[in-house]
Design a protein around this ligand. Structure first.
Ligand code: FAD
Length: 331
């Protein structure tokens, strides 16, 4: 069942959630990720997204001192993980599909693989621009997520790249959006114009970049509706778990954190809560992760009160903070 159908079918009064996972680094096995999933499955996520990563360029030194250029993915395996989660746990899965680093031909092959696996939901993304790969005459690329949406919709109409026609696929397409605007966008309206284009070309829903102040999300949704965007806009929430993230997240994702949140995380770090000496002295103060869970919990309750019955969680490394938050929501 497509994500959109799942959202429509669920009792609107009920809170539901989805999660987004990152494949393990090349060479690692799936144990950690499957362990994480097993902790979350009892809470019945409506679906699981698995991120995709374009290749990095590495320079390896040859014996003669010259360099060999190698292009490789640090975290491959998106489709394999989706298939494993679908067949092992019966989960609905959404692989991410990127423009960056892939030709249209490679994208078509990936979509054929997904179709054969019975995976019919994808999140269509541009990916980050830092990827350089020579575009030769016989290679075609999707420059923007909207181009990728167009390609997927063509396949849904039975139109393939280099053949007369073929079996129509049934992909349901999600896209990304940015309450605090995309990094490269000169302003929010410019970004919304392109979000509308993705909708008009066939995207059925949008998931937001993480945000930490709900008013940013409400303002964004209001502006999006004003710009003619009618597809569901699903809020994306990240639980802060360490002090380091208060500087790394803004840098990586072009977003801001409210002063109230950063002060609490600063305090948690200064108090040393959770460290052995503090545990022994029995002084009660919150850990950085506990502050993060509490903040995300307050965000979720406010979103639910304001009519958002589905929330998407960005999960990394461990399920512990999300499980703590879900337990509080479901009490
Ligand atoms: P687009 O929609 O193509 O927009 C990119 C920029 O170009 C925007 O500034 C937009 O305004 C502008 N633009 C769009 N169309 C045009 C046009 N026709 N002409 C001129 N300008 C245009 N990255 C990964 O590498 N892997 C992942 O798995 C991944 N998952 C993500 C999941 C979510 C929910 C989100 C929010 C982001 C994710 N990203 C991921 C990051 C994303 O790939 C980057 O933010 C990327 O820079 C933009 O992707 P997009 O799909 O939003 O691009």
């Amino acid at each position: 069942m497509s994500i959109l159908q799942l959202l429509k079918n669920k009792n609107n009064e009920r809170f539901s959630f989805s999660i987004e996972l990152i494949p393990p680094r090349r060479g690692m096995n799936l144990d950690n990720l499957l362990g994480l999933i097993e902790e979350v499955v009892p809470f019945r996520p409506l679906w699981v997204d698995v991120t995709s990563h374009s290749a990095d360029v590495n320079y390896l030194e040859n014996e003669d001192g010259s360099y060999k250029r190698r292009v490789w993915k640090k975290s491959p395996g998106t489709f394999g993980i989706c298939a494993a989660l679908k067949f092992k746990y019966g989960l609905e899965v959404v692989p991410h599909l990127l423009c960056a680093g892939f030709s249209k031909e490679e994208t078509e092959d990936s979509l054929i693989d997904l179709n054969f696996l019975g995976i019919t939901d994808v999140l269509a993304l541009r990916g980050d621009k830092n990827y350089e790969r020579a575009v030769t005459k016989d290679r075609t690329v999707n420059l923007y997520a909207s181009d990728l949406v167009k390609q997927i919709v063509s396949m849904n109409e039975g139109k393939y790249l280099h053949s007369e026609g073929g079996a129509a696929t049934k992909f349901s397409i999600g896209v990304a959006c940015y309450p605090e605007k995309h990094l490269e966008s000169p302003n929010l309206d410019y970004d919304l114009k392109h979000l509308k284009l993705k909708q008009d070309l066939g995207a059925g829903y949008a998931i937001t970049q993480m945000f930490f102040d709900n008013s940013t999300f409400y303002n964004f949704v209001e502006k999006a509706r004003g710009a003619g965007i009618i597809i569901p806009i699903i809020p994306g929430i990240k639980i802060i778990s360490s002090h380091k993230q208060i500087t790394s997240l803004p840098k990586a994702f072009n977003l801001s954190l409210p002063l109230n949140l950063t002060s609490k995380i600063d305090q948690a770090k200064a108090s040393g809560a959770g460290t052995e000496s503090k545990i022994e002295s029995k002084i009660e103060s919150k850990t950085e992760s506990e502050v993060g869970v509490e903040w995300a919990y307050d965000q979720c309750i406010d979103l639910i009160k304001n009519g958002c019955k589905h929330i998407h969680f960005y999960v990394t490394q461990t399920a512990e903070p999300l499980v703590a938050l879900l337990k509080r929501i479901y009490i």
